[in-house]
Ligand binder design. Sequence first.
Ligand code: 2PG
Ligand code: MG
Length: 403
Amino acid sequence: MTLVSEVRLRQILDSRGNRTVEADVVTESGGFGRAAAPSGASTGEYEAIELDPSEAIASAREHAVPRLEGSVFVGDQRDVDRTLRAADGTDDFSEIGANSAVAISMAAAKAAADVIGAPLYQHLGGAFRGEEFPTPLGNVVGGGEHAADATAIQEFLSVPVGAPSVQDAVFANAAVHSAVHDLLDERDIAAGKGDEGAWAPSIDDDEAFEIVAEATDTVADEFGFDVRFGLDVAASEMYDDDAEEYAYRDTTRSTDEQIDYIADLVDEYDLAYVEDPLDENDYEGFAELTQRVGDRTLVCGDDLFVTNVERLRAGIEQGAGNSILVKPNQIGTLSDAVDAVELAVESGYEPVISHRSGETEDTTIAHLAVATGAPYIKTGAVGGERTAKLNELIRIEQNVSRL
Ligand SMILES: O=C(O)[C@@H](CO)OP(=O)(O)O
Ligand SMILES: [Mg+2]
């Protein structure tokens, strides 16, 4: 019933106006799934390889599509993903591109859900999922690789920890985004938006901390529940290997200073979440910071782990971090992403399902978060490609998702 009859690939636009890969998977019984690959700007050194979309499509058509059509059942996601890996033949999807692989992998899952007439989260997670929802981390101020001449820290993220529902949480994050704008206005600071829709003012990190702390407090009072905040430092982008230091707007920090700095911030601002506070090769630094603040905040590895179970295993052994960011396109398939979530949960690490800075209207990650019972999702606060996922979570919560 779920045998793949056709895989179609095309180039479409992502939110940055760059081309990306979209896949349609059709089954023999008429099931249909469509998905598109996102794309990072602050990519980790160890991520699966994204090829130029036209090359990725040509190569997938040559190597992967003939192995899928007429041979693989979309209901068997592991077989779909094994077939993609076998067709690629490398460890990092450098033959067919992680962009082709992830688009096909996600489209196949949607086609399988379509055949059985179930929402995607239920096909992926089973009949008992759909009762627990992730807390959304909403990017409200940012810079780094996502906006020129803005904060050094890549993302300041609103975290509505006390929200009674996903809908309240999503609305709270949008309210924080709006409150930040008002506070910038009061200070006569003009700001455009970065790649993920966060405000990208030309201010230093200290001022951003003040503003975001005030905005989250205001919204917490208004909504009547606790709203904290967190960071994606994206420290690999600031780290100079030769000098062995982190470069901020007007200062540099050694690794020890960086650890002290982040630990102080966690206490001063009661941060709920700190992603990539250290370089992607610094397991030791991650372990030291986790030792110091891991009992009161999430220390999350993004570029450190790149959704890769081998890298996560190494981190678990050393006590590096207590949380992992999970981005399907960093590893290439849904099966690999779910493996990372499962290993994390078994090991007491909190999984955070995440978007990329370059996104499309695709909502797969909203379903993946509910399917895996992930406690957090990071998918922006505003902007169509971000609200596509947030609004889908609201629909799933109301049990009216048709996807
Ligand atoms: O660093 C990150 O976590 C992501 C998403 O916010 O950014 P990018 O997709 O550019 O890697
Ligand atoms: Mg990150």
